[in-house]
Structures are given as C-alpha cells and as structure tokens.
Ligand binder design. Structure first.
Ligand code: NAG
Length: 456
C-alpha cells in the first residue's frame, strides 16, 4: 500500500514535469499487471509498460511481457515482433497468435499452445506510432525507416534489461513474422555490431519478407496452383504485370498503369472478397460467426483480431495494461499514422541472414504453407540459394516433420546453423492458425534440436 501511494506521488510529479519524469523509467515492479479485465487465474507474471527511447522527443515504446508458465528462471527470453511495417506485436502476436490469453467477448480465454510454455516472451510495439507506442513529437512519424526502427529497438532492449536485469545474460532469441523479415535480422545484426553483450543465440522468422521480387512474385504460381486464379490471370501476372511491379507502382505513385490495372482487376475479380490471401484455405471472419465461436474455444477463432480490437480499446483494459493513447483516439492493429519509407521494402535482407549465420547465430526461416502473400515457394528458394552461397552442406535433407502421428510440415537443415521449415495448414500468421505445430517448432528451435520425425 505504501508502495502504491508512492506511485501516486510520482504520477503527480509526472503530470507537472512530464519531461523530467520521462527520463526515469519505472522499475519493473511498477509494470507488473495485477490482472487484466476478464482474465482467468494464471500462475505466471505479466508485465506491461513503457520504455523511453528519447527523453527530449518524448518517444517511448510499449511492451507486454509474459514470464514462462513454469520455471521462468531456467527458460530463455524470446522477443517477438510483428511486421506491417507498422503492425502491433501486442494486439497481433500476443492476443491473436501465441500469447497465453486471447479475447473472446468480454473475457480472456487461455491459449493452451502459448509460447510462454517454453519461454519468457516479450512483445514489443515498434516503431513509435504503432499500437500504444508513441512519439510526442509527431514529425517522427513522417519518415520512419528500417534503420530508425532497428536503432530504437536496440535502445529499447538496453533499457528494458535495466528494468529486468535478471534477463540480461539469459539465452536470447529474436522472432517475428512478415515484415519482421526486416526488423528481426536488422536488429540482430545491430546487436552484433554494437558492443552490447546480450546473449543472442538465434533468430526465427515466419513468412518473412526477405527479397521483394522473389517473395511477392511467387504469389502468382501459388494462387494459380491453389485454383484461386485462372490460367489467363496467371498469364497476366507472369508475362504482363507481376505482383512486384504492382506493389512498386502503388508505393511509388499511388496508381497503376492501365496494363497493370487490367491485370489486377481480373485477379481480384477471381479471388473475390471472400478469401483471405494470407491463408487461401481458412474461412474468413464474417459478422455472424463471432457469436458461434465463443462456444468452442478450442476451434480457431477467425474473428480473433476483431475481438482484440474491441478488447484493447476498453479503458479498463488500457488502465490495467499501463497503456496510454498519446495523440490517438483509438488503438489500431496497424498504424494509421506512421509513414514508413516504402522503398525499404525493396531492401533485401537475405544477406543479413548470411552475416548472422557466419557470426554463429542460429537462423530458422519458417513458412505457413497456405499463405499466398509471402508463399513458402519464394522463401524456400531464397534460403536454399543462401545456403549454396555460404557453402553450407545439407545436414538434414528435405523431409517431413511430425506433430504426433501427423505431418506438421517439411524441413531442411543446412550446416547446423540455417534451417527452413514449413508448417502444414498454417497461414501467414502461423501460430494463429496452427498453434500446436507452431509451438512444437518453437520448442525444437529453442532447444537447437531437429524437428521431430515420424513415430516408429
Ligand atoms: C521533431 O522531430 C523532427 C523530426 O524528427 C525534428 O526535426 C524536430 O526538430 C523535432 N522538433 C522538436 C521541437 O524537437
């Protein structure tokens, strides 16, 4: 209680001397979450709050940290980053993919395949302007790029480790998906270049953007082979206007040439609005579905992102999470205010993976195999090409891996440091659509073990 009144006093000082207050990040105890609204009883600790990145500019990043369900002191630390660029790791990664709790109506339900079964998991909303992270100087949002993001993330880690010193020498892994194919290797590389002695052991990235042309253009064959588009639309996407050309034109000028416009209108007419390109086999969220799914929490809730949106916008939830909306009226899964330098999308990061492997950092690249946006085919080709370039021998030839008696995907391992794996039946956000297989993949990766073979 005494402790509490001390917080109140500090709170008052903060209100009057905001700038001074921001220089003093609160100790981890202040970030401890007592309980979130509608939360079932859990045995592990949760923390959430801010780490100041720049005192003068009042730029701060928001995190949510869940300790491991059992024996947190002997389990590794895993940082998770969602992509976008500009999407929230708390709303997406934690509450819709692999966190321990997920919104369902007014309450939170347990995710039995939460990654905190195996690790202490840190979800970071980055860069500033994403989720609850903010910059009081709004000009920051006008030109955010990969370099700034990696730098801020590095400062975040340095300062977060001062809040949580017991984690500083812990085995550390950086993970993420999609555009985190930039964020994750770039941050890992920056850590190696700096003199910071974090105990970085490896990175894992899912359906990552590694090379603009290869990644996006592999979508054409993927859609065609899944029967989503016709022969003639496929022809258009391969010989008239490719996905990478389409994206480049929109990023550069906001409009399309007449030829490209014709191709994309045929393609979108064929796949229609009732399919999600991030998973060509999964159902999409329809308004009438929300209620039905509440009765069966073991099923994949295809509407979980809508539920998260409602949950994180509740005032009581924000209060218990120690979150604030600065310069915003509501929390969104992907930022409306960050203007990311779209040219950065074309910067290849596949060679950064090579540099990490050479420095002894383990790299796992995995693909949810139902994703048509960054399909496994492009990713597999890129990883295979990198292995050749680095002269890495195949130590585990391409084979199926198993969860129980079923095939959970396929995998190949190169020179012990670089591996590729698919997750069968998984979307772009693999842990959301295949939670059990994704958790097993994480478990093997953290242990540095090959993925399970068939039970004999
Ligand atoms: C706000 O940020 C911009 C860009 O980051 C910077 O140029 C400007 O000096 C900042 N304004 C103030 C008042 O610090």
């Amino acid at each position: 209680m005494q402790h509490k009144s001390w917080i109140v006093i500090i709170g008052t000082i903060c209100a009057t001397l905001a700038q001074v207050c921001l220089t003093l990040d609160s100790p981890s105890g202040d970030d401890k979450i007592v309980s979130l609204p509608g939360q079932p009883h859990v045995s592990f600790q949760q923390y959430a709050g801010y780490v100041t990145i720049d005192e003068k500019q009042q730029r701060a990043l928001f995190y949510y940290f869940v300790e491991a369900e059992t024996e947190p002191a002997s389990k590794p630390l895993v940082l998770w980053l969602n992509g976008g660029p500009g999407c929230s790791s708390v709303g997406t990664g934690a509450f819709s993919e692999h966190g321990p709790l997920r919104p369902s109506g007014d309450i939170l339900v347990r995710n039995y395949y939460s990654w905190n079964k195996e690790a202490n998991v840190l979800y970071l909303e980055s860069p500033a302007g994403v989720g609850f992270s903010y910059s009081a100087n709004k000009s920051f949002y006008n030109s955010v790029n990969d370099e700034l993001t990696a730098q801020d993330n590095l400062v975040f880690l340095q300062r977060w480790f001062t809040k949580f010193p017991e984690y500083k020498s812990r085995d550390f892994f950086i993970t993420g998906e999609s555009y985190a194919g930039h964020y994750v290797p770039q941050l890992a590389h920056l850590i190696l270049q700096s003199n910071l002695k974090f105990n970085l052991k490896g990175i894992a990235i899912g359906n990552p953007l590694l090379e603009f042309n290869t990644d996006f253009n592999s979508g054409a064959e993927f859609l065609w082979s899944h029967g989503v588009i016709s022969d003639s639309a496929y022809e258009g996407l391969t010989s008239i206007c490719t996905f990478s050309q389409l994206r480049r034109q929109i990023a550069n000028s906001g409009s399309l040439t007449p030829v490209c416009s014709k191709v994309i209108s045929q393609v979108s007419r064929e796949f229609g609005s009732f399919i999600n390109l991030y998973d060509v086999t999964l159902d999409v969220c329809l308004p009438s579905q929300v209620v039905n799914l509440l009765q069966d929490t073991q099923k994949i809730d295809v509407c979980v992102e809508d539920e998260t949106m409602k949950y994180l916008n509740r005032k009581d939830v924000q209060q218990d999470l120690h979150a604030r909306l600065v310069g915003l009226t509501r929390w969104t899964a992907c930022s409306d205010i960050v203007k990311y330098e779209m040219q950065n999308l074309e910067v290849p990061t596949i060679h950064v993976l090579g540099a990490l492997v050479k420095s002894g950092i383990r790299v796992l690249v995995y693909s949810g195999d139902q994703d048509a946006v960054i399909p496994l085919t492009g990713t597999r080709k890129l990883v295979n090409g990198l292995a050749k370039e680095l002269g890495l021998d195949t130590v585990v030839p391409y084979r199926a891996w198993f969860e129980g008696r079923q095939v959970a995907g396929w995998t190949q391992v190169y020179g012990d440091m670089l591996s590729f794996a698919t997750i069968r039946g998984a979307s772009h956000k693999a842990p959301f659509s295949q939670p059990k297989r994704s958790l097993l993949l994480l478990t093997s990766f953290l242990a540095g073990e090959p993925l399970p073979e068939a039970l004999s």
